[in-house]
Design a protein around this ligand. Structure first.
Ligand code: ADP
Ligand code: MG
Length: 480
């Protein structure tokens, strides 16, 4: 498409044309009305003057007969302005006046008419003029004509019409010019935007649409698109990191698995040795499957699809269930698992994912705060407590797991939530570094956050989840 074609197809230009057409029609109507009424007004004035003059002449006739009438008409004809006078005999022979000739038989029809005439002083070859005349027949059949030349009226009408034409032409030209300027400005901005989107499509996600700062609709659109690009860039960055992490962190166990199989093939001689190798392979594979499952759960929580599986459930009950599930393991480790959630707390969310996230937190507490953990406890020390709680505050559901273990240093609290991050001192324990990531993803899915705090000593991990349904309003007093 040519640049001009593109120009004419813009919405702004089409809108300009539509407005201009409407305005021109309206303007033409207004000017036409004005011109028509000016003409009518002038005609009315002419008829009034002619009527008055005619009445005067008839008076003169009544007082002094045709003689007097002829004298008066002669006198007026000498200084006529644009007035016309003619007195004729019953056979239309001119007696007095300044009209040279009229169309044949014109004087036979009394009343108003628009007619052609020649002036007496311009001779029989003079130019023809137009006039509005009134003819009356006197009682003795003599005829009197009084009229007014219409040149003035036509002239005035011509001025109004040509002024109208000019102003319409100027309006159209200015309108087109204005439309051209506005469209060109808009096109330039849209072109700049298109240019940026093209570079973005070529893979450079850091590009942003230009914002002119006027705050108009294009600016608002650009600002929104920029915010969207920001988000997409962030997500892409996250995706890239995740895939890098996955590639890196799964490569090690897979290589180990492969080497172990190769080793068995090379060295094992007895069926027992093969069995042993196979069992360890299965163990290693189970670890991998667990990691994949954790990754899938995180992806599910982050994709937003999990929102479809949201139901109403009792958060306190979920905490109780997880406690029941982990109590035997905690017991084994010499830990006491306690629940602080006496009342049911209705919550709307994904029950399964909340349960899974909570299980991860308890699992961590048991793993890292147990007596065999890094903070090795003396044999006679009282069993450490892990406290699970669910409560509401500030329209939030707070599910927390607090332990009495070594805790996490301030500086590390941000990192441990990232995928595959495991602290150095925890490397001896099984795990893939995805537990806290899932808990954080689940909190985000519910519009909340995961918070890690010092439990002095130990770690307190809290999931703060906004209660989507506000607390019931307090009852309204009966009498106000
Ligand atoms: N209750 C805790 N006490 C001390 N350290 C913890 C606790 N919970 C988590 N951590 C630290 O955070 C890291 C990440 O935890 P997580 O994401 O659950 O992965 P994993 O448990 O598989 O190592 C752990 O490796 C551990 O170093
Ligand atoms: Mg864990």
């Amino acid at each position: 498409m040519t640049a001009l074609g593109r120009f004419f197809r813009t919405t702004t230009f089409k809108l300009t044309l539509v407005y201009l057409t409407f305005f021109a029609i309206f303007g033409a109507f207004l000017l036409g009305y004005f011109a028509f009424n000016t003409r009518r007004l002038v005609t009315e004035q002419i008829t009034q003057t002619v009527d008055a003059e005619l009445t005067g002449l008839v008076d003169q006739y009544n007082q002094g007969g045709v003689r007097r009438l002829v004298i008066v008409v002669e006198a007026r004809s000498r200084n006529p302005g644009s007035s016309l006078y003619l007195v004729t005999t019953p056979t239309s022979e001119g007696l007095a006046g300044n009209v040279g000739s009229l169309p044949a038989g014109e004087m036979n029809n009394p009343g108003w008419s628009e007619t052609q005439y020649r002036r007496l002083d311009e001779g029989t070859d003079g130019p023809e003029h137009r006039a509005l005349v009134r003819i009356i027949h006197l009682p003795n059949h003599f005829r009197v004509l009084v009229g007014r030349d219409l040149e003035e009226r036509e002239h005035l009408f011509g001025i109004v019409v040509s002024a109208g034409r000019w102003s319409l032409a100027i309006v159209v030209i200015l309108g087109l010019f204005g439309g051209f300027i506005v469209t060109r400005r808009l096109l330039r901005r849209v072109d700049a935007m298109t240019g940026t989107t093209r570079t973005i499509m070529l893979g450079d996600l850091s590009g942003r649409l230009p914002v002119s700062g006027t705050g108009d609709e294009l600016d608002r659109l650009a600002a929104n698109l920029n915010a969207m690009l920001e988000r997409i860039e962030g997500l892409m960055q996250g995706m890239r990191e995740v895939s890098d992490n996955i590639a890196h962190d799964l490569k090690t166990p897979l290589t180990r698995l492969r080497n172990r199989c190769e080793d068995a093939l090379r060295t094992a001689r007895t069926p027992e040795a093969y069995r042993d190798a196979l069992e360890r392979t299965i163990e290693e594979s189970d670890g991998l499957i667990l990691t994949f499952n954790a990754l899938l759960s995180i992806a599910r929580a982050e994709s937003g699809h999990a929102r479809e599986g949201m139901t109403d459930f009792d958060a306190a009950e979920v905490v109780g269930d997880v406690c029941e599930l982990y109590e035997p393991v905690a017991d084994e480790q010499g830990l006491i698992l306690k629940v602080n959630a006496s009342q049911p707390i209705p919550f709307h969310g994904n029950r399964e994912l909340v349960g899974q996230a909570l299980a991860n937190l308890v699992d961590n507490a048991i793993k890292y705060a147990g007596p065999s953990g890094d903070a090795a406890q003396k044999a006679d020390a009282p069993a450490a407590e892990i406290v699970m709680s669910a409560e509401t505050a500030d329209n939030q559901l707070i599910i927390a797991v607090a332990d009495r273990g070594p805790g996490i240093a301030d500086a590390d609290r941000v990192h441990v939530v990232e995928r595959f991050v495991r602290l150095e001192q925890s490397r001896s324990k099984p795990g893939s570094g995805l537990g806290l990531s899932l808990a954080a993803a689940v909190a985000r899915l519910h519009g909340g956050e995961l918070r890690l705090e010092d439990n002095a000593p130990g770690l307190k991990v809290m999931m703060l989840l906004p209660l989507s349904k506000p607390n019931p309003a307090p009852p309204i007093p009966a009498a106000i």
